[in-house]
Design a protein around this ligand. Structure first.
Ligand SMILES: Cc1cc2nc3c(=O)[nH]c(=O)nc-3n(C[C@H](O)[C@H](O)[C@H](O)COP(=O)(O)OP(=O)(O)OC[C@H]3O[C@@H](n4cnc5c(N)ncnc54)[C@H](O)[C@@H]3O)c2cc1C
Length: 419
């Protein structure tokens, strides 16, 4: 039976009867001819949007259309890091809202998403980098977000085995956000799918959107591999496929798609109890509860819609790992995979209306969309329900690329592969 509650009592009951009573977490819905709202894309953002539409805005006649299976996109492919250590005023309140939603997510969804606030430490290796991190930490604290600037002695107490003295890039300290951490990525997709289903949302897998019905400048529905479906409103949450899907509605997005790879080692005894990032190269690492070292680095430097990467980036990421912690060289790599990133021109997302009435866009998440999942769902649901931006997502306008109001967190300019 779909829709049962998870609790200590249901776990005990099922333990006593050989776990024969667990049902599917959500219904396998057949698409109806029409919905009040359709969300295209059953990743974290699409499912969260449907959940908050039903939960907070009372719109329950909703379908999430997913071309593959739930969890097949980036939501099940990322390195699971969540944080709100941003610098710019357009970003900090949004990501902090997300962090607060993560903190209550498991109770809210009645689902164990393994939210683990194990902290993130951004290492710095020069005085200039320390100053930049001090500025970021101060901006966070001014917005009420936790941040601590550590010197090398404090970092050494946390991670005594790092190379502080003879490394090519000596560790001079780090910016620590203790409330950051990791969340089991596919549990987030399953948790939102189950919770949305319980509120009446139809989750339709194996249903690819192949076109849009646009009449008199207004989107009135979608064409799919399972037939045409009418809709009062249509929201796009297609992550790496955003440009392709929006093109079917005649829109050209300020987005490029690039592959990002992730890596997992064989299981080893506990080494890293938080998340750590290397400041002198692009490398980030944590350890999963099963013991695997989970890490990643840069995107592959070419445009692609393939969910797999290439060897030069594998070498580049592993070199970053070796520079930071040479002991990683003795660990065997177990698996790696790729996901398609929707890289926007300034590295920040878009949650906005489009020039087509009734068609709304949620895209441009770059490397960082997993941590944004709850706030993105909430803000996109608000936009769909109220036709006005949520207070935390006002800056994420589609027209900012024409008006020059960039949210360039890294300060690298309009080069999507660098964000
Ligand atoms: C290797 C890797 C590591 C990452 N690490 C992190 C991290 O540590 N922290 C972090 O915050 N972020 C990280 N990210 C980014 C994050 O995963 C993404 O930004 C985020 O998951 C994107 O939102 P989503 O979950 O909705 O995307 P997706 O799960 O990709 O959902 C989009 C869905 O749309 C569907 N779709 C596409 N076209 C159609 C169509 N025509 N019809 C119907 N459905 C369609 C796709 O099949 C897909 O399921 C990482 C990404 C990757 C790939």
């Amino acid at each position: 039976m779909a829709g049962q509650s998870y609790s200590i009592f249901s776990v005990l009951r099922e333990a006593l009867r050989g776990h024969s009573g667990w049902g599917p977490a959500w219904r396998e819905a057949e698409p109806k001819p029409r919905y009040d709202a359709i969300i295209v894309g059953g990743g974290g953002h699409g499912l969260a949007t449907a959940y908050y539409l039903a939960r907070h805005y009372g719109i329950r006649d909703v379908a999430v259309l997913e071309k593959g299976w739930i969890g097949s996109g980036n939501v099940g492919r990322n390195t699971t890091i969540v944080r709100s250590n941003y610098l710019l005023p357009g970003n900090i309140p949004f990501y902090e809202t997300s962090m607060k939603l993560w903190e209550g997510l498991e109770q809210d969804l009645n689902y164990n998403a393994m939210v683990s606030q194990r902290g993130i430490l951004n290492l710095y290796h020069s005085d200039a980098q320390r100053d930049a991190y001090a500025r970021r930490g101060n901006a966070m604290r001014l917005h009420g977000v936790d941040a601590e600037l550590l010197d090398s002695a404090q970092v050494r107490r946390m991670y005594p085995w790092l190379d502080y003295d003879n490394a090519r890039f000596p560790i001079k300290g780090g910016l620590l956000q203790r409330r950051a951490g990791t969340v089991r990525h596919d549990a987030v997709a399953w948790g939102y799918a189950r919770a949305a289903d319980r509120l009446g949302v139809d989750i339709v897998q194996n249903c690819e959107v192949t076109g849009f019905r646009i009449e008199g400048g207004r989107c009135t529905g979608v064409e799919t591999t399972r037939g045409a479906i009418g809709a009062g409103k249509v929201g796009l949450a297609c992550a790496g496929n955003s440009s392709r899907v929006a093109a079917m509605a005649g829109l050209t997005l300020p987005i490029e798609s690039h592959v990002l790879q992730a890596f997992v080692s064989e299981a080893v005894k506990p080494v890293i109890d938080g998340v750590m990032t290397f400041g002198a190269g692009h490398f980030y690492i944590s350890q999963s509860d099963k013991g695997g070292l989970v890490f990643g680095g840069d995107i592959d430097g070419y445009n692609s819609y393939a969910q797999r990467g290439n060897l030069p980036v594998v070498e580049d990421v592993l070199e970053g790992g070796m520079a930071l912690m040479p002991r990683i060289g003795r660990v065997r790599l177990l698996r790696s995979w790729g996901g398609i990133m929707d890289m926007s021109m300034d590295g920040s997302p878009i949650i906005d209306r489009t020039p087509v009435d009734g068609l709304y866009l949620n895209a441009g998440w770059c490397y960082g969309g997993f941590k944004a999942t709850p706030a993105s769902g909430l803000c996109f649901a608000h936009l769909l329900a109220r036709d006005e931006p949520h207070a935390d997502a006002r800056a994420y306008r589609l027209d900012r690329f024409a008006s020059g109001h960039m949210i360039d967190e890294k300060g690298v300019g309009n080069q999507p592969n660098l964000h």
